[in-house]
Design a protein around this ligand. Structure first.
Ligand code: C2E
Ligand code: CA
Ligand code: CA
Length: 712
């Protein structure tokens, strides 16, 4: 076996060393650190195998968690440190030559399994201990009873040797005797703090309501024992949690005489439980409450008594995906953390909470007395907080958000209904341009289709042929002739009429349906282009532009499918232009770009769509196989009327000259007025697309435009 420091065994050893250093200080063991490390080594090996095994078996991680408990690592801190070490070092030392994404995912599963194994083993151990303690308690009680009647010496032995705290008080509550174990629980050596004091002085704000009632019943002789969970203050002010069993001791004639308290320290177990509960109810990335906790709170708010109201803001970041795709997940994560912090600072009043539902979706809940007004203010605060730019990796990013607000009386709707309504409303805010909030409207809710129902209907829609394509002309700015058309897909939904691509393309991307749908769009529009060519439109062959989603771009069948379609239909590769977004290409390495490069070498044109929205590096353009830039609509918005926005003019001018120097042609999108068209022509843009020339429409309209409407 390889024992070189750099070999697999050496690395495994280093992992075990780090691990043992991390948890040794919080482990109650008599071993030395080195011996302890030896003990951990086989478990480290199990972790490594779990990380790299072809098929993941959670039982292996589970076994390691449970082994930790066996070697006395029962402190919650030991678990937490173990998870940290696994998180930071397992992949590093034990995951050579594997796909890093896969390893990260596997590592997370390993951690879950370890935590689950730990929790279960600890629960089992606690149960065993409790049984032992109950037995000891029973023995002690017998011994005390006997001792009171018989041998004082034997009583002493049990009393002092017991692992649980034992105390005796008279019926007034004055403490007469406590054993060592109980003194230790209260901090040790604090005889005076306990002995001679009254039992009923030890109140604590977290005492359950029945604690003192049961006590009174016992000292009055109305009950023989009770068992409660009770907190105490130690002398140093810290809190001791106990399982407390109090029994009444009667004299030989059955008259109440003493009370006997048996006390078990549950502080640590309680901490662990709190910790596990915290982890189950909070988002690991941002530390915000997660979906589970949010639903609990929402449920509570909705089942509040009559007259109470609630307000909910459902926030989805605008354009987060583009940031994540172009700057990478680490930057995306940092942005989410920053957003979470800001949200938290917006909702600090009592009755307000913020949670992360997942991805870039957050919620803020308010249950104050005046939610009708407060929830609007809350949404306003959130939007203005988001407006402040975030600095990440030396860049200033502006995140915006869309918020759906639901407000109303408690007791009328279920959490799921409220969330659905909020989601629909958020979408309305997004469709209206984002960076705003909208109020829920029950009439709109009823007629709105949810993302979920659309997603499930997508596959059948493709089979039933519910999709169709509209074409929008691309106009040559110099000659005013139609040089091509962009294919834009629509869905004729049987209930909801025509739906635009923004409604369903993201869903198709999430579910993978985009691949067959995209293939259909490609074939259909290539056929259409072929038909136009056959009819010999004036101005020569018309080029067809087809949008490609990132998933299609990286689908292994892309090149073969495209070639197949072009050949079957009989269209020149040069008559096809594939539009890919800037954000899909950022960060793509040469391997990922290969299919696109192959297509480009074959003569297919590649356009960089929505240019200017993806935070890309202009210097990057050179290594991409593109021949055309499509400038995003946002650049031309400032030029609709005279005088045009000077900054926009300068930017567009700069981009055009850069593009031309790289041999790229420039198409501008969203040209809506003659003023814009004029300016853009003067700035040297090559091609334009927009409502000024024509809205997207059926294929025969393109023909008409070419003959009649062409604008010079
Ligand atoms: P895009 O590629 O940027 O397409 C241009 C969008 O701008 C189209 O919206 C078009 O209708 C709209 N538009 C055109 N001229 C003007 C104008 O003068 N003013 C304004 N305000 N808007 C104008 P549409 O059709 O809703 O498409 C939205 C997006 O959906 C497209 O953005 C494209 O990214 C995606 N998409 C459309 N069809 C497909 C497809 O077949 N496959 C894929 N993967 N995505 C598609
Ligand atoms: Ca496009
Ligand atoms: Ca575009």
């Amino acid at each position: 076996m390889n024992k070189e420091p750099d070999g697999p065994e050496g690395r495994l050893r280093r992992f075990a060393t780090i691990w043992s250093r991390a948890i040794f200080p919080v482990t109650a063991t008599s071993l030395t650190r080195q011996e302890f490390e030896e003990q951990l080594l086989p478990h480290a090996r199990v972790l490594r195998d779990a990380l790299t095994a072809r098929v993941f078996d959670s039982a292996t991680g589970h076994a390691v968690g449970s082994a930790l408990v066996d070697v006395h690592c029962t402190d919650p801190e030991a678990l937490s440190r173990t998870l940290d070490v696994v998180d930071a070092y397992l992949v590093l030392y034990c995951g050579a030559e594997r796909d890093p994404e896969e390893l990260r995912a596997r590592c997370a599963r390993v951690q879950h399994a370890v935590a689950a194994g730990f929790a279960q083993a600890l629960r089992e151990r606690t149960r065993a201990e409790q049984e032992a303690i109950s037995r000891a308690a029973l023995d002690a009680r017998h011994a005390v009873a006997e001792a009171l009647h018989a041998s004082e010496a034997r009583f002493r032995a049990v009393f002092e040797g017991a692992a649980i705290g034992i105390g005796i008080a008279d019926l007034d509550g004055t403490v007469l005797q406590v054993n060592e174990a109980m003194l230790r629980m209260f901090g040790g050596g604090l005889d005076k703090y306990i002995r001679g004091r009254k039992v009923n002085e030890w109140t604590h704000p977290d005492d359950a309501p029945q604690v003192w009632r049961l006590y009174e019943e016992l000292v009055r002789g109305e009950r023989d024992h009770y068992r409660v969970e009770k907190p105490y203050y130690r002398q140093d002010g810290t809190v001791l949690w106990t399982n407390l069993t109090v029994s009444l001791l009667r004299d030989a004639d059955g008259r109440p005489q003493y009370q006997l308290a048996l006390m078990e320290d549950t502080t640590e177990r309680r901490l662990l439980n709190l910790r596990l509960r915290y982890e189950a109810t909070h988002d690991a990335l941002t530390g915000l409450p997660n979906r589970t906790l949010f639903f609990e709170r929402l449920e509570k708010a909705l089942s509040a008594p009559d007259g109470k109201r609630f307000g909910l803001c459902y926030l989805d970041l605008d354009g987060f995906k583009a940031i994540n795709d172009s700057l990478g997940h680490a930057a995306g994560d940092r942005l989410l953390v920053e957003v979470a912090d800001r949200l938290q600072s917006c909702a600090t009043a009592p009755g307000e909470m913020v949670a992360r539902l997942g991805g870039d979706e957050f919620v803020a809940l308010t249950t104050g007395p005046d939610t009708e007004r407060e929830v609007d203010e809350l949404a306003g605060r959130i939007l203005s907080m988001l407006a402040i730019p975030v600095r990440i990796e030396g860049r200033e990013l502006t995140v915006r958000g869309s918020i759906g607000i639901v407000e109303g009386p408690a007791g009328e709707r279920t959490p799921a209904e409220v969330l659905r309504s909020a989601d629909i409303t958020m979408y309305r805010a997004k469709s209206a341009g984002g960076n705003r909030f909208e109020l829920a409207d029950p009439k709109v809710d009823a007629s709105t289709i949810t993302r979920h129902s659309l997603t499930t209907a997508l596959p059948a829609a493709l089979e039933r042929g519910e999709f169709f394509i509209e074409y929008q002309p691309l106009v040559h700015l110099g000659e005013g002739s139609v040089s091509g058309a962009e294919a834009l897909v629509r869905w004729l939904h049987p209930q909801h009429g025509v739906l635009g691509p923004d409604r369903f393309i993201p869903l198709a991307e999430d579910t993978g349906l985009i691949v067959p749908l995209g293939r259909w769009v490609l074939e259909e529009s290539v056929r259409q282009a072929h038909a136009w060519h056959q009819r010999h439109l004036p101005g020569g062959p018309v080029r067809i532009n087809v949008n490609l989603s990132p998933c299609q771009l990286y689908h292994p069948g892309l090149v073969a499918d495209t070639v197949d379609i072009l050949e079957r239909v009989g269209l020149e590769p040069g008559s096809l232009c594939l539009e890919v977004t800037e954000s899909a290409l950022i960060g793509a390495d040469d391997d990922l770009l290969k299919p696109l490069r192959l297509l480009a070498e074959m003569g297919v044109n590649i356009a960089l769509d929505d240019f200017g929205t993806g935070y890309s590096n202009l210097a990057n353009l050179r290594r991409l196989p593109v021949s055309e830039l499509k400038l995003d609509r946002s650049f031309t918005q400032g030029m609709q009327h005279y005088p045009a926005d000077q900054v926009d003019l300068k930017i567009v001018e700069g981009i055009v000259s850069l593009a031309h120097s790289l041999n790229l042609s420039v198409t501008v999108e969203g040209v809506e007025t003659a003023v814009q068209a004029d300016q853009l022509r003067r700035l040297g843009c090559d091609t334009a697309q927009g409502w000024y020339y024509a809205r997207p429409g059926p294929p025969d309209r393109l023909h008409t435009l070419a003959l009649v409407d062409a604008v010079g």
